[in-house]
Design a binder for this molecule. Structure first.
Ligand code: UDP
Length: 231
């Protein structure tokens, strides 16, 4: 693997606080990503927005508007995390699918790949730019567009289980599972739209817990303990 897309869920960024940012968690992520860039990996990052807002959680306001707030939440997350990455010594650039003035660069495949080739860690904020999608779907879309070798899914949970381990103490973790089985068994590692996009475009996924010691580095160095999703 040379080029990977790292998806950080908003929930994982918030650490134990469950909302906003946990700075220590973000610095830990930055230090791991720096090690990987020093080893020559090209890294693109997508962050979720659930630590601030999820469109589907509002029953009051119009869904399109609620989703726009969600997309802006991911822009805030990416600006914050990219600044933490700069603090840790990396060059970064944040891309959005819509114009955000001077805050971000407008996404194009060529500009994103050029930034990776320059040695920058790049961020894809704002999801797909459209309502009724998730950041998971935005992440797979961008991974496919930049021709990433795999998508790394860093979650608050350490892999894919056959049932919810918070509810069922007997739940079993998969070491490896096909994306078809994830869909058939409704395991919701990523949402259905993102799963189908992964399957159709043969984008493998590595799912692991962000809070495990050095989990991003271990995932890339072969001592991976999460779930590998094959295509
Ligand atoms: N969102 C959207 N279109 C996209 C990506 C995200 O409308 O292409 C909105 C949607 O409202 C979603 C919110 O942004 O609920 C935050 O993203 P998500 O819930 O996927 O974050 P996560 O659950 O991974 O923290």
């Amino acid at each position: 693997m040379k080029r990977v897309l790292l998806k950080l869920s908003g929930e994982a960024l918030a650490g134990d606080k469950k909302t906003g940012f946990d700075e220590a968690t973000c610095i830990g992520v930055a230090q791991q990503v720096r090690k990987l860039t020093e080893e020559g990996y090209q890294i693109a990052v997508v962050t979720g927005g659930g630590n601030f807002w999820r469109g589907r959680t509002s029953e009051t306001i119009d869904r399109t508007k609620a989703d726009q707030i969600g997309m802006l939440a991911t822009v805030m997350n990416c600006i914050y995390v990219s600044e933490i990455f700069r603090y840790a010594g990396m060059k970064t650039e944040v891309f959005t699918p819509f114009v955000c003035g001077a805050f971000t660069s407008l996404f194009s495949k060529d500009a994103a790949v050029a930034a990776l080739e320059e040695g920058k860690v790049i961020f894809f904020a704002g999801g797909t730019g459209h309502p009724y999608f998730s950041t998971d779907t935005g992440a797979v879309l961008r991974a496919v567009e930049i021709e990433a070798d795999a998508m790394l899914l860093a979650k608050a949970i350490d892999g894919i289980y056959d049932s919810d381990p918070k509810v069922n103490p007997e739940a079993k973790k998969y070491d490896e599972i096909s994306i078809q089985e994830v869909i058939d068994r409704k395991l919701a590692a990523v949402d259905l739209t993102a799963s189908i996009l992964c399957m159709e475009n043969r984008m493998p996924m590595l799912v692991f817990g962000l809070n495990e010691e050095e989990s991003i580095v271990r995932t890339m160095s072969g001592s991976f303990t999460g779930t590998k999703v094959t295509v």
